[in-house]
Design a protein around this ligand. Structure first.
Ligand code: HXC
Length: 257
């Protein structure tokens, strides 16, 4: 299937999704979110995809929810539609997802990036939650995920003042995993995703799920969850292959099974 507002390419075992409303700085409208969700469904269903990269343009990952589409909605509209609920699809993707962010990641754009498993930023990236300047607040998890990522002080600063933070500040604060030169962003993100996708997919999926448990439960429960997941991986062929390959000093041939 081909879409208007997102582009999709398979690069080896990686699904590369490019947000594609460049004239609107990739403002996230209902069509884009619906198309993104269809691409994510297809990636999840495709046994030959082991990791996903979501990127935007050089100027903008996404400058937020589409303000023009949103501005006339009433409380009745948004509560009855459960406006923003479809955005959560990405948080249910079980395969690893990297957000490769260049330029603006503002409002819903920053929130979408934070729903990925980690963010690789270009040195031109700018992050912010400027919703307060529009008379609202973050509505796609920003008050929660930004606070968990950077702590209360910086989350309050960003959300209450609406200011942007650059890539260096975002890396210092722990919002992004790495910063790379703008020209290398997509190549570096694809390289990381290809590496992840080369490992046993069941182990990558359980690693991701286990890290995510850290945000949902106590330390003791999280450690128990991890232990069960770790034990379960001994039922896979890939565990036998990975450890045999190490012992035999050869590269492993994972079957993702
Ligand atoms: C709709 C947008 C948009 C947005 C930019 N555009 N952001 N359209 N929704 N969020 C459009 C502009 O209207 C303009 O269209 C074109 O993209 C280029 O933008 P400019 O403003 O001309 O570019 P520039 O001067 O470089 O400024 C870039 C910018 C600015 C600083 C990123 O565009 C900006 O402040 N945008 C809004 C950022 C924001 O407030 N985001 C949060 C949205 S609220 P035309 O047709 O004029 O050329 C939100 C709520 C989240 O995300 C809650 C639930 C998800």
């Amino acid at each position: 299937a081909s879409f208007e507002t997102v582009l999709f390419e398979k690069k080896g075992r990686v699904g590369l999704v490019t947000l594609n409303r460049p004239k609107a700085l990739n403002a996230l409208n209902a069509q884009l979110i619906a198309e993104l969700n269809q691409v994510l469904d297809a990636c999840e269903a495709d046994a030959d995809i082991g990791a996903i990269v979501i990127t935007g343009s050089e100027k903008a990952f996404a400058a937020g929810a589409d303000i023009k589409e949103m501005k006339d909605k009433t409380f009745g509209d948004v509560i009855l539609q459960d406006f923003i609920a479809p955005w959560e699809r990405i948080t249910r993707v079980r395969k690893p997802v990297i957000a490769a962010v260049s330029g603006f990641a503002l409002g819903g754009g920053c929130e979408l990036a934070m729903m990925a498993d980690f963010i690789i930023a270009s040195d031109t990236a700018k992050f912010g939650q400027p919703e307060i300047m529009l008379g609202v607040i973050p509505g796609a998890g920003g008050t929660q995920r930004l606070t968990r990522a950077v702590g209360k002080a910086k989350a309050m600063d960003l959300i209450l003042t609406g200011r942007h933070m650059d890539a260096a500040e975002a890396e210092r604060a722990g919002l992004v995993a790495r910063v790379v030169p703008a020209a290398d962003l997509v190549a570096e993100a694809l390289k990381a995703a290809e590496k992840i996708a080369s490992f046993s997919l069941p182990s990558a999926m359980l690693a991701k799920e286990s890290v995510n448990r850290a945000f949902e439960t106590t330390l003791a429960e999280g450690v128990r969850f991890e232990r069960h997941a770790f034990h379960a991986l001994f039922a896979t062929e890939d565990q036998k292959e990975g450890m045999a390959a190490f012992a035999e000093k050869r590269p492993p041939q994972f079957k993702h099974a």
